[in-house]
Ligand binder design. Structure first.
Ligand code: ASP
Length: 438
C-alpha cells in the first residue's frame, strides 16, 4: 500500500474563534486529523447577535481620537480567551507595539489586521504550531495591490520548512513592510493562498453553517444543503447574489485544482459542501444544484425586422452602452429582437439619452426600457444530460401564475436565467425550488 503525506489547510472564520469555547472546538478539529497541518484564523467574531467583531472595534479605534476605552475592551477580550484556555502566553508586548502605533496615527489597514495577528498568536500557542506572520508571506505591491506570484513563491518557500503552522488571515505587507489588508472577509483568500502554496490536497473552510444551501433560507424554509458543486456553478450562483465564499478566494485554489470543503465548526460531523473542479465523474446531487437571484434590473428591448442580417447591429448597440461606461449583465436575443440587461442603478436617469442614442445608431422598429425586473439563475451541471429541464422550469412558473419577462440560457447548459417582475421574485424562487429541490 502506498502512503501519501496528505496536507490539509484549515481556515476558521470569526465565529469559529469568537471565545475560548470555540477555540477548544477548533483545536479538537485540528487534532482529529494530522493532515490538518496549516491553520488560518480570522479575528474573533461575534459571540452573540448584539456582539461586535474585533475587526470592527479595531477599525473604530483607528478612526476615533478617544480610542482608549475601546482598546481596553479589545485587550480584555484577548486576555479573556487566554485566561479561559489556561494558556501561558502574554500579548503585552504586542499590545504595547499596537498602542504606540495608535498614538502615532497608524493606518486603518494596520489596525484592522491586528485582529487576525493577535488571534493567530493565541491559536498557535494553543495548538503547539509555529506562528508565521502573514506580513512575511503575503505580498502586496507598493500601491496596495495584491501580488499573487511573489506571494506564492515566498509562502511556498517559507512553509516548505515548517511542518505545522498558523498563518493569520486577511493581511499581508508590501516590500517596505507596510501592512495591507484584503477586502472584508478576506481571510478566505489567505486560506486559499496557503492551500495553493503548499499544494494542499484540500482547502477546508470552517464556518458556522454546514455548507451551501440550494437557495436562500430567507426565501425558502430549510432548503437542502448542496453536497457537491463545481467551481463554475459556484461562480454562477455567487454572481447571482448567493453570498458564500469570498469570490477572490476561489481563484488560487481553482488554479491549482484543489477542492474546497465548507464545514461547520459547531457540527464537524456534517459533510458540508465540496467545491470541486469540473470533470465528467463529479457526482450530481440532482438535476439542479442551486437557485439564486437578484432584484432590480432594467432591460432595454430592441426590435427590428431583419435584424439578424444587419452586420454590426449588436456591436453598434453595445458601443452606445460602452460609451457611457456601463457594463451589461446579459444579452438575450432572438432573430429580430435583442435585449440588453443592466442593473437598474447603472441606467437610472439616463434612460431617455440611451434610447435616443441607440435609435440614432441602429434605427430600430421598437425600443423601450422595462425596469423592476429580477433575474433568477437556475444552475446545475446535471441539466446538460437531461432533457426537459427548461420546460419544467417554465411550466412550474406558469402554474404559479408568474409572468416570464426574459429567458437566457448560456451555451454551457449550466444555467437557465429567467427574468420576472420584482414582485414575483420570491414566489418564483419558491416555485422552482418546489419543482427540483428536496
Ligand atoms: N476579520 C476580517 C473581517 O471581519 C476578515 C475575515 O474575517 O475574513 O472582515
Amino acid at each position: 500500500m502506498l502512503f501519501r503525506n496528505r496536507k490539509k489547510v484549515a481556515k476558521f472564520g470569526g465565529s469559529s474563534l469568537a471565545d475560548a469555547n470555540q477555540f477548544k472546538k477548533v483545536a479538537a478539529i485540528v487534532n482529529a486529523d494530522k493532515a490538518r497541518r496549516y491553520v488560518v484564523p480570522s479575528a474573533p467574531g461575534k459571540r452573540h447577535k448584539e456582539d461586535i467583531k474585533i475587526t470592527d472595534m479595531l477599525i473604530a479605534c483607528q478612526k476615533t481620537a478617544d480610542y482608549m476605552p475601546l482598546w481596553e475592551q479589545i485587550k480584555a477580550r484577548y486576555n479573556g480567551i487566554i485566561a479561559d484556555l489556561g494558556l501561558d502566553v502574554s500579548l503585552d508586548n504586542e499590545f504595547a507595539v499596537i498602542e504606540n502605533a495608535l498614538a502615532e496615527g497608524t493606518t486603518v489597514d494596520y489596525m484592522a489586521s491586528r485582529g487576525e495577528y493577535l488571534n493567530g498568536i493565541i491559536l498557535a500557542s494553543f495548538l503547539g504550531f509555529e506562528f508565521v506572520d502573514a506580513a512575511e508571506v503575503v505580498r502586496f505591491t507598493a500601491d496596495g495591490k495584491f501580488d499573487p506570484h511573489t506571494t506564492n513563491a515566498i509562502m511556498g518557500e517559507r512553509l516548505s520548512g515548517v511542518y505545522n503552522a498558523v498563518i493569520p488571515g486577511f493581511y499581508g505587507a508590501d516590500e517596505q513592510g507596510r501592512v495591507r489588508i484584503f477586502a472584508r472577509g478576506g481571510s478566505d483568500i489567505t486560506g486559499a493562498l496557503v492551500a495553493r502554496a503548499v499544494m494542499a490536497d484540500i482547502y477546508e473552510n470552517w464556518t458556522d453553517v454546514s455548507g451551501f444551501l440550494m437557495c436562500d433560507p430567507r426565501i425558502v424554509e430549510n432548503p437542502t444543503p448542496i453536497k457537491t458543486i463545481t467551481y463554475r456553478e459556484l461562480r454562477e450562483l455567487s454572481y447571482m447574489g448567493a453570498g458564500v465564499l469570498h469570490e477572490e478566494a476561489v481563484i488560487p485554489v481553482k488554479l491549482a485544482g484543489i477542492p474546497i470543503n465548507i464545514k461547520n465548526t459547531n457540527r464537524p460531523e456534517d459533510t458540508g459542501t465540496m467545491i470541486v473542479p469540473e470533470s465528467e465523474d463529479v457526482p450530481t446531487d440532482g438535476l439542479i444544484t442551486g437557485i439564486a437571484g437578484k432584484k432590480d434590473f432594467a432591460v432595454i428591448r430592441i426590435e427590428k425586422d431583419l435584424m439578424n442580417s444587419e452586420v454590426g447591429f449588436v456591436r453598434k448597440v453595445l458601443d452606445v452602452i460602452a460609451s457611457h461606461g456601463m457594463s451589461f449583465e446579459h444579452l438575450p436575443s432572438g432573430i429580430d429582437t435583442m435585449c440588453v440587461v443592466l442593473s437598474r442603478k447603472e441606467i437610472e436617469g439616463k434612460e431617455a439619452e440611451l434610447l435616443t442614442e441607440i435609435t440614432r445608431a441602429v434605427s430600430p422598429d421598437n425600443i423601450d426600457v422595462v425596469t423592476g425586473v429580477s433575474l433568477i439563475a437556475v444552475v446545475g451541471r446535471g441539466m446538460k444530460s437531461a432533457k426537459g429541464t427548461a420546460s419544467r422550469v417554465f411550466t412550474v412558473l406558469a402554474k404559479n401564475d408568474i409572468n416570464i419577462r426574459m429567458i437566457d440560457q448560456g451555451s454551457s447548459e449550466l444555467n437557465i436565467i429567467i427574468g420576472v417582475d420584482d414582485a414575483d421574485f420570491e414566489k418564483a424562487i419558491r416555485s422552482v425550488y418546489s419543482e427540483f429541490g428536496a
